[in-house]
Design a protein around this ligand. Structure first.
Ligand SMILES: NC(=O)CC[C@H](N)C(=O)O
Length: 328
């Protein structure tokens, strides 16, 4: 009884860290601390991304009870890119089940870059992770539907539910990616050659490319991630988007592969599931509590936003959000 009591008192103390005042304070402190940080470079292999203003910077936090806090350029729409992989995975998992994802796509870490061919070659089962390009394209191919148009409707609907508003594809970005995605097409063919692709190749690559080309702003990402923090219920609209039992499975893939070959470093610093995109966005989820999103276009060698990474690491440390940290 005594132990229980002191445990819950300690938990309450820890949660005091999460008062509205404290969240705002830390978020604004992060913004001031990193707003002039330089380093990294915009993604240039997708020409559209190279031209985005590298100075744009936004942070948004969405709590599990639906409060949204924002600072900076949080309404600027940028390419969601690989962050879309998380939500397309949620759809495939909803329709196929968590076991089928594990068996047919794979859930282990590749420890390799997001567009690695070797990740496919070196794994005896040719299993990848749904959060690298190979696994994400296979995941698109795995969504059950009568046609590609129907799959897109499913993707568009679930993305809208996660965000609490309908997102639009940035057509210029989509065209830019489509004109330069030969490497992704090659990866899809490779998976196909090993029997690890489950639908029409060009259609699946196209769905993947289109989903990466959604325009999202930092606030959207915080709410989408907030839905995963809130057991699959959008904390703002209160709509149930996916079964709560799937959330820990989705978060597990983020913990193992969310930052590709830099995932170990991310977990080392934050102890949280997170995901980056080459558009400059990053999300992090604290189950049951909140989600954080940050955006800044310049990327490091692994394709993760330099400033967003620093921002999230700082906020996680200051608010004591690391899941692996049992300090009171
Ligand atoms: N890491 C990323 O965000 C990569 C996504 C990008 N659409 C690609 O396929 O290369």
């Amino acid at each position: 009884m005594c132990i229980l009591l002191s445990g819950s008192v300690a938990l309450a103390q820890k949660d005091k860290q999460l008062s509205e005042k404290r969240i705002r304070e830390v978020m604004h402190a992060a913004y001031e601390k990193y707003r002039n940080t330089t380093g990294g470079a915009n993604a240039s292999y997708i020409p559209y991304l190279a031209d985005i203003d590298p100075k744009l910077y936004g942070i948004a936090i969405c709590t599990a009870d639906g409060q949204v806090y924002e600072v900076g350029d949080t309404k600027f729409e940028f390419g969601i890119e690989s962050i879309s992989k998380v939500f397309v995975l949620a759809l495939a998992m909803r329709d196929r089940g968590a076991k089928a994802i594990e068996d047919s796509i794979g859930v282990n870490a590749t420890g390799m870059p997001f567009n690695s061919v070797m990740a496919v070659e070196l794994n005896p089962r040719r299993a990848v992770n749904p959060l690298v390009n190979a696994g994400a394209m296979a995941t698109n191919s795995f969504i059950p539907a009568a046609s590609s148009a129907e799959k897109w409707t499913k993707i568009d609907d679930i993305i809208a539910k996660f965000a609490g508003r309908r997102l639009s594809v940035i057509e210029q970005l989509y065209a830019s990616e489509t004109a330069t995605n030969q490497h992704n097409r090659a990866i899809a063919w490779l998976l196909y050659s090993y029997g690890r692709f489950y639908g029409d190749i060009s259609e699946s690559v196209d769905l993947y490319t289109r989903a990466c080309s959604y325009g999202s702003h930092t606030r959207d990402l915080a709410i989408m991630a907030g839905t995963l923090a809130n057991n699959g219920v959008n904390p703002v609209t209160k709509e149930a988007v996916i079964d709560e039992a799937l959330c820990p499975k989705i978060l597990a893939t983020m913990m193992t592969e969310g930052f590709y070959d830099s995932t170990g470093g991310w977990v080392y610093h934050t102890g949280l599931p997170g995901k980056s995109g080459v558009g400059g966005g990053i999300i992090a989820i604290v189950p049951g509590k909140l989600a954080i999103a940050a955006f800044s276009p310049p990327l490091d060698h692994a394709g993760n936003s330099v400033k967003a990474l620093k921002t999230l690491e700082y906020i996680v440390e200051e608010l004591r959000l690391n899941l692996l940290d049992a300090r009171k």
